[in-house]
Write a protein that binds this ligand. Structure first.
Ligand code: NCD
Length: 331
């Protein structure tokens, strides 16, 4: 078990031991969440500030609940009702929270690199504030990929979820890869765990350069990452299928003929899952465009769909991250 990070900004340099530390710690917090008193005093007296410069339902609420379950005091910030609207810079907002005694900052922003910039500033000021990236532009969303990993590994072995369980599993990631920070973080975590990751999307949402870039950046990953511009080869014998939302708000031009046509070619349905392993399960980070990237009935299927488990896992995984960043002991 190992942990030596004040900040969690990207999964690009996470080691298998770190993944296992998160999984094992999350597993103990999952147990806490089943008790009658679902709270531990671990972060009592500490302040966790959720600085969300971009809309969010589950990630923001999940971090807030995670911090509260660890007995931290939480500060919630929403850009639309903040002094950002009066011209305050992001770094000045972060310093305002620092001056109030914030110990950890959870940051979401529509621009890639903002959490990193705030972390750099905290380090420059030599204050021991941890910064967690809760989604930056199209770059990364580490806590989402970690909760996806926890959900998948727990399905395989609920008692002892560990990254080696994914060795040689085939995982399809289908949809708007181009705009997806979730896909980027998952590519790091799943390939590092030994899974084969198959990306599938229309060429406008999965540029050839994307695959080339990842393949060139790390030869170990290139052997584990495959790219398809049709759905079928990604689904054949897949153990898990991760569907992604079409991020219409990030699409600067018309990248698809129509949502109907997209659903016909890349939508995940019960019928299409017949190509996969019989025990296949489906994930989606949410929010979902029902009937577009996934059929409505499949989304609600209590066995095939892991969407609710992902949300539930999110609290335990975020408790684990806050605990570890706050200097919690690694068992
Ligand atoms: C994702 C996000 O915001 O990056 N959602 C999430 O955090 N659960 C994916 C998305 O917006 O489609």
């Amino acid at each position: 078990m190992s942990w030596n990070r004040r900040h969690v900004l990207s999964l690009a340099d996470f080691s298998p031991a770190e993944y296992d530390t998160v999984l094992q710690t999350a597993s103990s917090f999952r147990e806490v969440l089943t008790r009658r008193t679902k709270k531990v005093p671990t972060l009592q007296g500490q302040v966790v500030a959720n600085l969300f410069f971009e809309p969010s339902t589950r990630t923001r609420s999940s971090f807030e609940l995670a911090a509260k379950r660890l007995s931290a005091d939480t500060l919630n910030f929403a850009a639309s009702t903040s002094s950002i609207t009066k011209g305050e810079t992001i770094l000045d907002t972060a310093k305002t929270y620092l001056a109030m005694g914030t110990d950890m900052m959870v940051i979401r922003h529509k621009e890639a690199g903002v959490p990193q910039a705030i972390a750099d500033e905290m380090d420059r000021l030599n204050v021991k504030v941890g910064v967690l990236n809760a989604g930056d532009g199209q770059h990364e969303h580490p806590s989402q990929a970690l909760l996806d990993l926890f959900t998948i590994c727990s399905l395989i072995d609920v008692e002892k979820p560990r990254s080696t369980l994914l060795k040689d599993k085939k995982i399809a990631i289908v949809g708007d890869i181009l705009h997806s920070r979730v896909a980027r973080s998952n590519i790091w975590s799943l390939t590092a765990s030994g899974a084969e990751v198959h990306l599938a999307a229309p060429p406008t949402l999965l540029p050839k350069e994307f695959a080339e870039f990842v393949n060139e950046s790390d030869p170990a990953i290139s052997r584990k990452l495959f790219v398809h511009w049709t759905l079928e080869p990604a689904l054949i014998d897949a153990d898990f299928v991760m569907t992604l939302r079409l991020q219409k708000e990030r699409m600067t031009s018309y990248l698809l003929p129509s949502l109907r046509e997209y659903h016909q070619q890349f939508g995940i349905t019960r019928d299409r899952l017949k190509l996969c392993k019989p025990e296949v399960r489906v994930l989606h980070p949410g929010p979902v465009n029902r009937g577009v990237e996934i059929s409505s009935d499949l989304m609600d299927d209590p066995v095939l769909s892991l969407i609710s488990q992902q949300v539930t896992s999110g609290v335990a995984v975020r408790m684990a991250l806050l605990y570890l960043m706050g200097g919690g002991k690694v068992s």
